[in-house]
Write a protein that binds this ligand. Structure first.
Ligand SMILES: *Cc1c(COP(=O)(O)O)cnc(C)c1O
Length: 382
């Protein structure tokens, strides 16, 4: 995605920085404890550095990313807030992370060994978060390996090579707040914490809550929360974000490239999966699957054009799709909104996710290609 500021953009993703800051403040106020704002995946498609500045302006205490490259990009932009990178495979550049004062998560003894080697070589104390797998079966040491990892980390801490500043895990079912796995994960987490504290890791802060847990499960808040999607104004529970005081920060729109009248019976787009029922006006919208508009949205997704929501007519192509606007007055250059906050009649990312049988996370993180990103609002501007 380019970030040039256009005159009249053909296709743009508009990001409301004030909404991101306000959403952060809502969550921070709700939990009344530190908030690690997750800005991985290019700030969930909103732009890594502007999103980071906006969440910090909104009161975030620290930042969370998946990989070290993301953390280093934050540092290169001059962001000095604490940053945790948690997805560190073998050979990850932990030396660069330590030199940039990036906190690292460790899952296993071999990961600890890599961090220790880099800390010793660099003459630094690495700030480490130990991850325990409490039932997601994704990151973290399985409970059977936890005592050994904790013991090794405690020795390294005693030697001054690392400081264990976090003990954490991630939830499988926080978006289903009554699911039995939640209690089970909490129990495993608390046992793991107790074991770590008993081994001398007493200064580490505990963190477990993603957005859904931050909204729905106060018993998972511990010493800090770790939300992502809710900062961008989307409801992880699949509802209306306004009920949580959140506002979607992303609006996706494009300008009509061409209009034409076609007769009844005209087949539209590849494979003619849509046929004009009567003489009608077609509007060509110049964004497609190469830009992150899922191909599966053909004949399914709604967009706002000329004051009404209309379903994409026929297949979404690589660079474009077509709308059937009937006899409505649509001209080349007119705006079409794919999704936005929803308060001006446009569809929401949640609506798109529902028809795509996916989650809004996937839509906002994949929108890109030739869309130009434009920022509105001033939160975090430098
Ligand atoms: C992505 C992620 C989060 C944030 O999840 P949301 O559902 O977006 O709030 C938190 N923790 C970890 C480990 C993650 O991977």
């Amino acid at each position: 995605m380019t970030n040039a500021i256009p005159g009249a953009a053909r296709a743009e993703v508009v990001v409301d920085l004030d909404a991101i800051a306000a959403n952060t403040a809502v969550l921070r106020g709700r939990v009344g404890r530190p908030l690690m704002a997750v800005v991985k995946a290019d700030g969930y498609g909103h732009g890594l550095v502007p999103a980071a500045r906006a969440v910090l302006a909104g009161g975030a205490d620290s930042l969370g990313v998946a990989v070290i490259e993301e953390a280093l990009a934050l540092r290169s932009a001059g962001i000095t807030a604490p940053v945790l990178a948690w997805l560190n495979g073998p050979g990850a550049d932990v030396a660069a992370a330590l030199a940039a004062d990036v906190e690292l998560s460790v899952n296993a003894r071999w990961g600890l060994a890599e961090v220790l080697a880099a800390a010793r070589a660099g003459g630094r104390t690495a700030r480490v978060h130990l991850a325990v797998d409490t039932g997601l079966s994704r990151e973290g040491a399985p409970p059977g390996e936890w005592p050994d990892l904790v013991a090794a980390a405690a020795r390294a801490q005693a030697d001054g090579d690392i400081a264990v500043v976090g003990l954490w895990s991630h939830m499988a079912y926080a978006d289903a707040p009554t699911h039995p796995t939640i209690g089970a994960q909490v129990r495993v987490f608390e046992e793991a914490v107790e074991l770590a504290r008993g081994a001398g890791l007493t200064d580490a802060r505990r963190h477990l809550a993603n957005s859904a847990a931050t909204l729905a499960l106060p018993e998972t808040w511990y010493d800090l929360v770790r939300p992502g999607i809710a900062l961008y104004g989307l409801d992880p529970l699949g509802g209306d974000p306004a009920r949580h005081g959140l506002r979607p920060a992303m609006t996706v729109r494009a300008r009509v490239a061409l209009t034409k009248r076609v007769p009844a019976g005209a087949g539209i787009s590849y494979g003619h999966t849509y046929t004009a029922q009567r003489e009608t006006t077609l509007a060509l919208v110049p964004v497609g699957y190469a830009d992150g508009v899922p191909r599966a949205m053909g004949n399914r997704a709604p967009v706002l054009a000329a004051g009404a929501q209309r379903t994409i007519a026929g297949r979404v192509c690589m660079d474009q799709f077509v709308l059937d606007v009937g006899d409505d007055d649509v001209a080349p250059g007119d705006e079409v909104v794919l999704w936005g906050p929803g308060d001006e009649g446009e569809p929401t990312a949640q609506q798109w996710a529902d028809v795509a049988e996916t989650i809004h996370y996937e839509l906002v993180t994949r929108i890109g290609g030739r869309f130009v990103r434009r920022y509105v609002g001033s939160a975090g501007s430098v």
